[in-house]
Design a protein around this ligand. Structure first.
Ligand code: AKG
Ligand code: FE2
Length: 282
């Protein structure tokens, strides 16, 4: 599934310092192609792709599909629960005990709007904000700068106390590195500056979900038809997050070692109660 089995100590040091870590082109060709196939065969994705361009443009997230809880893993998506690189990263960062929270898919097509700067660590109880909540984000099709590119603000994961800026709630559409700097310079020991990434096909970004990040729009003349995003979120032991998904029986099959990551309760929130509290920005 992956070309490597563990991160180097320099990579881990980069993660702690900056709040994210990039593994460009780390999926094997077979793994990448297998994941793309499984994403494209997912019923909600099939429905989305069967719409006309005009219909997709009329939805409340124009030209974008956001499937928050993905449960249709096949052979390849299944490996992202506990492939050696995943286990090595998570046990180095979180420790031996951690839980799978949820998996999501997003598809951005030409004309999709992108996302303003936000962070994704939104626990029900603010105390849990200081617990590890890690996003393993896969970009099977990659992206170029200016074309649904990911922006990050390195070091912004160190802002622990958000005070007046979204202690809980929807992302701040117009947040910027300058705004964060103005509010939180006492909490971080460095200048906060946004950086735009470009990533080849088959890349992985490991993100401390407290990191502030954004996505640029996908231009109408983008050479790439579809930008695929797959996110597996893992968390430190504790209360479910609003998105914590139910475990499918099929994920366990013949794999008792997985009880370690799957034995926890799911969120009792419905997606509609979540959206009314947190908005539907994604
Ligand atoms: O699409 C991306 O690269 C990131 C998306 C994101 O930040 C989110 O869905 O929370
Ligand atoms: Fe995000």
């Amino acid at each position: 599934m992956f070309k490597i089995e563990k991160p180097s100590s320099d990579q881990l040091a980069f993660f702690y310092k900056n709040g994210y870590l990039v593994f460009p082109d780390v999926l094997t060709n077979e793994g990448r192609e297998g994941l793309i196939k499984e994403i494209l065969e997912t019923p909600e994705v099939v429905d989305f792709l069967s719409l006309t361009n005009e219909e997709r443009g009329r939805s409340h997230k124009p030209h974008r599909l956001s499937l928050i809880q993905w449960k249709d893993q096949g052979k390849y998506g299944d490996q992202l629960f506990d492939a050696p690189l995943v286990v090595s990263l998570l046990s180095s960062i979180i420790g031996e005990i951690y839980h799978f929270c949820h998996a999501s898919i997003r598809i951005s097509m030409r004309g999709s709007q992108g996302l303003g700067f936000h962070h994704d660590n939104l626990p029900l109880n603010q105390i849990d904000r200081n617990k590890w909540y890690i996003q393993m984000i896969y970009y099977p099709t990659g992206f170029e700068k200016g074309d649904a590119s990911l922006w990050v603000i390195p070091g912004s994961h160190q802002i622990i106390d958000l005070k007046e800026l979204a202690p809980i709630g929807p992302a701040i559409e117009e947040a910027s590195a300058e705004l964060l700097m103005k509010h939180y310079h006492n909490q971080v020991d460095r200048e906060l500056k946004a950086e735009e990434l470009s990533l080849p096909i088959g890349s992985l970004v490991v993100m401390d979900a407290r990191l502030w990040h954004a996505v640029s729009p996908k231009p109408l003349d983008s050479p790439q038809e579809m930008r695929l995003f797959l996110n597996y979120i893992f968390k430190e032991e504790g209360e479910p997050h609003p998105y914590t998904q139910a475990i499918s029986e099929s994920w366990f099959c013949n794999k008792p070692s997985r009880s370690k990551i799957f034995q926890r309760s799911a969120s009792s929130w419905s997606s509609s109660s979540f959206e009314s509290e947190y908005g539907s920005l994604k």
